[in-house]
Design a protein around this ligand. Structure first.
Ligand code: COA
Length: 393
């Protein structure tokens, strides 16, 4: 007689499960708020550069001037790609999605940097390396932060049959990204809107891609592998891929006069509307008002208000019909579009930002590691005996 399986509750999607402690960020659905290391994300977006936020996520404190200078100098010195990587980007299939090309580019970097164990750089007395990181691992995190934008921009230009543009050391990360994509730096308010979006996208607790990266890190694999896995997880439309789908949706609607009916039809057809809903926030996403504010500034500068007019109606109808709130991807999609980026670059831009959060979590995981290995409730056949091939009929 087989022993009855004890009743177990399956937490589908790991909903509500607390799997570890974390000091990087706090998501507070009860107040629709998010803090990085104790600072409200909207304050960081308004008052700090993305580079300062990267430092904060990794070190737990905002940098002083000396620390920021040392950090920026290292990041700016690592932006260039090897000839081998640029040549390989030229060979990527032109039909590939940029999330696949950035994933492949990071994987290539992992091969180049796997032997970068000799410590060729040190922050000297400017700051200490965070707990859980070695000097070489920390430097690899800066290298990923510095090179991922260069990979995305080079791939964008190669796909268009253009020559990649070399990074410039005198520019900030955000300015340099525009320079490498388009050959020019736009109005300072557009750069600020982009920079703020990177801060808003940088970190968000144990979301799917961060959890994926931590699972990889928990096996004591390497930072590049954890980042590649994070990119794979972020690509999905239920996670980072939603910012692209939002813009496809706005273009499908295309006319504010059609927006209400479009949403009513979508809901009647039980369509998942991209850019709405969240596993943790149920009454609003704290990042939305800040991204919306910057997106509208870009729209005003560009003299194009149609996308926000459509967005406003979609949001109102969704709230009235289902009480489901927009998430960060909803205002980010049209903002990136108005900045001039092609839709399939939106999620790679998210990667540029989230590499900071992934690395912070990889360091935190390593500082107090235990391999992540959950269980399942088995629902397959009961135990049985193998019948030899000639007797299986
Ligand atoms: N459009 C329409 N209905 C939605 C919805 C959306 N975007 N998001 C949630 N719902 C509905 C679900 O259909 C479900 O309704 P039901 O109870 O009648 O079946 C209910 O709200 C609960 O949603 P659920 O899918 O269980 O939430 P989840 O926590 O598993 O998933 C998301 C969260 C984010 C994956 C989900 O809201 C979604 O798919 N959103 C669209 C993609 C997106 O914008 N992703 C970016 C997240 S930052």
């Amino acid at each position: 007689m087989s022993t009855p399986t004890p009743a177990v509750e399956v937490k589908k999607g790991l909903e509500g499960v607390i799997v570890d402690e974390c000091a990087v960020s706090k998501v507070m659905p009860e107040t629709n708020s998010l803090t990085y290391r104790g600072y409200a994300v909207q304050d960081l977006a308004d008052q700090c550069s993305f580079e300062e936020v990267a430092f904060l996520l990794w070190h737990g404190e905002l940098p002083n001037k000396t620390q920021l200078t040392t950090f920026n100098e290292r990041e700016r010195s690592l932006r260039g790609l090897s000839k081998g990587l640029v040549d390989s980007i030229r060979l990527y299939p032109k039909s590939a999605h940029p999330m696949d090309t950035v994933r492949t580019g990071v994987s290539y970097l992992g091969m180049e940097e796997c032997s970068k164990d000799e410590e060729s750089w040190s922050p000297k007395d400017a700051f200490k390396i965070p707990a859980g990181a070695t000097l070489s691992n920390y430097d690899k995190a800066i290298s990923l932060l510095a090179k991922i934008p260069t990979i995305i921009a080079a791939d964008y230009r190669c796909r268009k049959g253009l020559e990649p543009i070399a990074p410039k050391k005198e520019l900030t990360m955000s300015e340099n990204f525009f320079h490498m994509c388009f050959g020019e730096v736009p109005h300072k308010d557009i750069v600020k809107a982009f920079d703020a979006s990177l801060t808003l996208y940088a970190e968000h607790g144990f979301n799917a891609s961060t959890f994926t990266s931590r699972v990889v890190a928990s096996t004591m694999s390497d930072l590049h592998s954890a980042t590649v896995a994070g990119i794979g997880s972020l690509k999905g439309p239920l996670h980072g891929g939603a910012n692209e789908q939002v813009m496809h949706m706005l273009k499908e609607v295309n006319d504010p006069a059609k927006a209400e009916q479009w949403m009513l039809d979508a809901l009647k057809n039980k369509r998942k509307v991209m850019g709405f809903g969240h596993r943790v926030y149920k009454t609003g996403d704290s990042r939305v008002p800040t991204m919306d504010k910057y997106g509208r500034k870009v729209a005003a500068l560009k003299g194009e208000t149609k996308w926000h007019a459509i967005s406003d109606i979609l949001k109102d109808v969704m709230l009235k019909q289902k009480d489901i709130h927009p998430n960060l991807d909803f205002p980010a999609g049209p903002a990136y579009y108005l900045m001039g980026f092609e839709i399939d670059m939106f999620t790679p831009i998210f990667v540029m930002a989230r590499t900071t959060g992934w690395s912070a979590h990889v360091f935190e995981q390593a500082a107090n590691n235990r391999i992540i290995r959950p269980l399942t409730k088995y629902t397959g056949p009961v135990q049985r005996s193998v019948v030899s091939l000639d007797k299986r009929g």
